[in-house]
Design a protein around this ligand. Structure first.
Ligand SMILES: CC(C)(COP(=O)(O)OP(=O)(O)OC[C@H]1O[C@@H](n2cnc3c(N)ncnc32)[C@H](O)[C@@H]1OP(=O)(O)O)[C@@H](O)C(=O)NCCC(=O)NCCS
Length: 162
């Protein structure tokens, strides 16, 4: 699956496609510069090899600048990781990844979508809210680096097949 998106006011035509193990080094580079608790590279390799998982990358001129990793648990999609390279934010890269994610996941029956996000991560919470996620609870001390709480967010499936 290779999909072109409408051009943004940046050079080159962006592409959103499924990620493969060959993309792991580029993913890990963004991951390590982004998170205080980055995933181990092996976690990405496991997700990239998993049939049920949905791993999408946003590429500009062939270079990975953002990714979204999701997995299905029973009948619920879980967005497990979403990041955009520091110099590429606020250009709707995450929005385009989420839009493509919903387009793909709505094709098959499921109850909805969930995720955890740090309670201090206002930009991500705002992004998810703008896509219809609502806060449904808190996991106390979820993040092991500073014992920060996680906000649990939920979005019902838009489809009528679930
Ligand atoms: C959160 C993150 C993925 C957003 O990526 P992005 O490509 O910059 O987001 P978008 O440009 O698609 O933003 C879409 C909307 O989200 C909200 N948003 C995004 N960044 C924001 C910010 N810094 N402050 C306030 N709102 C913000 C806005 O409503 C924005 O719409 P607008 O630009 O039209 O106002 C990015 O900031 C990131 O990688 N952060 C570090 C990793 C992270 O926190 N991941 C989420 C873990 S759960």
């Amino acid at each position: 699956m290779i999909e072109s998106l409408p051009e943004r006011p940046t050079a080159g035509t962006p592409v959103i496609r499924r990620l493969t193990p060959a993309d792991a080094p580029a993913i890990v580079a963004i991951e390590n510069e982004t998170f205080t608790l980055p995933w181990h590279p092996n976690v990405f390799l496991t997700m990239l090899a998993k049939r049920e998982a949905l791993c999408l990358g946003y590429l500009l001129e062939g270079r990975l600048i953002g990714y979204l990793i999701a997995d299905m648990f029973v009948d619920v999609w879980h967005i497990m990781n979403l990041a955009v390279g520091a110099g590429r934010r606020r250009r709707h890269v995450a929005s385009d990844l989420l839009a493509r994610y919903f387009e793909i996941t709505e094709r098959e029956s499921h109850r909805g979508h969930t995720l955890e996000v740090r309670v201090s991560n206002a930009s991500a919470i705002e992004l998810y809210r703008s896509y219809g996620f609502v806060a449904t609870g808190v996991r106390r001390g979820y993040y092991s680096d500073n014992r920060e709480d996680a906000l649990i967010m939920w979005k019902e499936s838009d489809g009528d097949s679930a």
